[in-house]
Design a protein around this ligand. Structure first.
Ligand code: IPE
Ligand code: IPE
Ligand code: MG
Length: 244
């Protein structure tokens, strides 16, 4: 995992620094549903529809890696009908979208654990990942049953299973054991819904990310909101601890 120097600089007037890797905490589906007096499942449905809508928008703007937080290791503790509804939606969306994403040269990756997923979701995900493995366009990371702490614990287990000697462990080597092993660090982290927290997402990979917290709820985050996020990113001066 490497920092992207191109995305780290402010560019001159007229040119835009495009974040190479954008990660999104898609938050606010429940409040979106509440505001309309409808069931939370409709909020998640609208959220998944928006996910499908925005992927191409990010690719079009030159983003190479897009990682979407769809379901956390803690989200299992929600009411059972809500959890089941999200799992079913995820299956339907992957089944419906994988072919089109493949045609658009998108490479799909799953970030997270698989042991608690239903067989059907695990199979759909594996098929989509396999089918798109050699694509060279946008890499779309789907974080499902993802937890940043779980990811680090899983990495430690695999480091130990490989018998890596303590003196051989470096930041670079360790990052190869994360779910994001072949992805660069996150340049821009967006959390919709107006809360200012990371909720166990990409704890390692966001060490020097820029953060953007729009109030807008996830199902409504598209078009102009994406432009605003990019504009804000473009105004940042990233220093990575250095004197610049
Ligand atoms: C995010 O929306 C989707 C998931 C966590 C699966 P929420 O369902 O958390 O929406 P709010 O935060 O309750 O509005
Ligand atoms: C984070 O949102 C997880 C996803 C968007 C998938 P949550 O709604 O679960 O986070 P908290 O509970 O507000 O921290
Ligand atoms: Mg939430």
């Amino acid at each position: 995992m490497t920092a992207n120097p191109e995305a780290s600089k402010r560019t001159g007037e007229g040119s835009q620094a495009v974040p190479n890797h954008v990660a999104i905490i898609m938050d606010g589906n429940g409040r979106w549903a509440d505001a309309r007096g409808v069931d939370v499942s409709e909020g998640h449905h609208a959220g998944f529809e928006n996910l499908q809508r925005v992927v191409a928008d990010f690719a079009k703007r030159g983003v190479r890696y897009l990682t979407m937080y769809a379901f956390s290791t803690e989200n299992w503790d929600r009411p059972e009908p809500e959890v089941t509804g999200i799992l079913e939606l995820a299956i339907a969306v992957i089944a419906h979208e994988a072919e089109q994403l493949h045609e658009n040269d998108v490479r799909i990756k799953h970030l997270g654990r698989v042991d608690r997923l239903s067989d059907e979701l695990r199979d759909e995900l594996a098929q989509a990942v396999d089918m798109t493995a050699d694509n060279t366009g946008l890499t779309l990371g789907i974080a499902f049953d993802y937890g940043g702490r779980a990811e680090i614990v899983d990495a430690v287990k695999n480091v130990m299973a490989d018998g890596v000697a303590a003196e051989d462990i470096s930041e670079e080597k360790f990052s190869k054991y994360l779910y994001t092993s072949d992805m660069p660090e996150v340049d821009l982290m967006i959390r919709t819904g107006g809360d200012y927290r990371i909720s166990n997402f990409l704890l390692w990979q966001t060490a020097y990310s820029e953060f953007y917290f729009p109030d807008v709820l996830w199902p409504d985050f598209y078009g102009k909101h994406i432009d605003d996020a990019f504009e804000s990113f473009n105004e940042r001066q990233r220093r990575f601890g250095k004197r610049i």
